[in-house]
Design a protein around this ligand. Structure first.
Ligand code: PFF
Length: 464
């Protein structure tokens, strides 16, 4: 590989890489989305399917993405360019950079709510609620306030920019080393609090008892799609982080740890949230409103709720922040590597651009709520475009490229770097990875994609 990488930054340590990548993976997807989709789709039954998806698609694709980054020491565009020299494959990398903008624009809005809720928790605003309805009205009044919603989006983007601005080691790695342990400690405290509440057993049963009657074909596809989003796959975030990784470290080993941390956090977030919701006798199937409408009411009813509410929204904001920095880093790395921009300039320019792209998403809750494209407002459109089109298509092509285009002999040489003893002792790992990345991942991702654009449903209807 003759790619010039002089002067490019690297992670200071293997643990720095693992924490940063786990920080990217662990985000709103784990704490906000996973608990309610698991709850609505059969609890442990859904979790079982989700774990299979993580093992069969998530882990193999994560390994492939990190490998592409580490081999080329480049951002997604540069990585595909270096290995394929084809404009078509380079376009897949470019799609990742675009996905970075699109995701950050709506992700930043929800992260901004979470940030704003820390202040509401400190002010004690939640004590005014008796019923989820009043919490829902309160949420509605905040999100319809343009200054509040745009202001917190701006503040959250400033935090994101501040960390990325300081560089790979001094910003992202240092930030992750402080924020990730803090996140884990807060979540464990909240979980212990949840488990020790009277009536918490019902919450544990809800999330851990399999109810196969709630599992449908739709749930399987949901599990597959979520496995993707939660591991930050399909848009080159893990490729970019992998590009700062040392060739002395084992990619399969690090990837396994990232997947483990991500899954573990999602599970304990589910336990912490549902034990508290059930112990206060509220409705568990609150869907996406669970966090911003149901939980504030839970906190008012719980002993010590004031402090736990602050901790919870701090936790959610930290989780979102360590993910959003990875999204901005994809865009920044592209301009630094390919366009030779200074990091600081790239951060300021593209942090600001992403904020501006996020404004229509923020205004979808107030001023331009009625402006719809394909029946969706800007916020839903950005979410839909990223989750249903850009990420699955990106992931599909990443698997196909690594498995079929790059040349499997070269792939194995790179994969074995830093993992020599692992492969000597367990040669079957390669066989499994090969089967998964060549066959399972592309086929399953393709099915999810067909489903998300509605084609699969049409085909299924034809056979009915
Ligand atoms: N993995 C993040 C979450 O679960 O919230 C979301 C995400 C971050 C997706 C970064 C994609 C990405 F590149």
């Amino acid at each position: 590989m003759s790619v010039k990488t002089s002067g490019r930054e690297n992670w200071g340590s293997k643990v720095g890489f693992i924490l940063a990548a786990a920080g990217s993976a662990i985000g709103l997807g784990n704490i906000w989305k996973f608990p309610y989709i698991a709850g609505e789709n059969g609890g442990a039954a859904f979790i079982f399917i989700y774990l299979i998806c993580i093992a069969v698609i998530g882990l193999p694709v994560l390994i492939a993405e990190v490998l592409l980054g580490r081999t080329t020491q480049r951002n997604p565009v540069g990585a595909f360019k270096a290995l394929s020299n084809s404009p078509y494959w380079t376009a897949i990398g470019a799609m990742g950079v675009i996905a970075g903008f699109v995701i950050l624009s709506f992700y930043g809005v929800v992260a901004g709510w979470s940030f704003g809720y820390i202040f509401e928790a400190i002010k004690g605003s939640f004590y005014e609620f008796e019923q989820p309805n009043s919490a829902a009205d309160f949420f509605g009044s905040l999100t319809s306030n343009v200054a509040w919603i745009v202001g917190f989006l701006a503040l959250f983007m400033c935090l994101t920019m501040f960390i990325v601005y300081s560089g790979v080691q001094k910003g992202i790695e240092r930030g992750s080393k402080i924020l990730m342990p803090l996140l884990l400690i807060i979540l464990i405290i909240l979980m212990i609090k949840g488990i020790t509440l009277d009536g918490s057993e019902k919450g544990i049963a809800f999330i851990l008892q399999p109810d196969w009657s709630l599992v449908s074909g739709e749930s399987v596809l949901l599990a597959l799609g979520h496995a993707f989003f939660t591991l930050s796959l399909g848009m080159g975030a893990m490729m970019t982080y992998g590009s700062y990784m040392s060739k002395k470290d084992s990619i399969p080993g690090a990837s396994l740890q990232i997947v483990f941390l991500d899954t573990f956090i999602a599970l304990i977030a589910g336990v912490a949230i549902f034990t508290a919701v059930f112990a206060t006798g509220l409705d568990p199937a609150a869907g996406p409103g669970l966090i911003f409408q149901t939980l504030p009411v839970v906190f008012t009813k719980m002993p010590g709720g004031y402090i736990f509410s602050i901790m919870f929204f701090l936790l959610l904001t930290i989780a979102a922040l360590t993910s959003s920095i990875s999204l901005l880093e994809v865009v920044v790395a592209y301009f630094v590597d390919e366009k030779k921009w200074a990091r600081k300039k790239a951060v300021i320019v593209f942090g600001t651009v992403t904020f501006l792209v996020g404004v229509p998403s923020a205004l979808s809750f107030n001023l331009i709520a009625d402006v719809k494209l394909f029946g969706l407002n800007f916020f839903d459109l950005a979410d839909w475009l990223a989750s249903n089109i850009l990420l699955p298509v990106g992931g599909l092509f990443i698997s196909v490229f690594v498995a079929w285009v790059w040349g499997f002999d070269k792939v194995l040489v790179e994969l074995k770097r830093g993992a020599e003893s692992l492969f000597d002792n367990y040669p079957w790992i390669i066989t499994f990875w090969k089967i998964f990345i060549k066959y399972f991942s592309p086929v399953l991702i393709f099915l999810v994609f067909l489903h998300s654009i509605g084609v699969l449903d049409l085909i299924i209807d034809l056979f009915k």
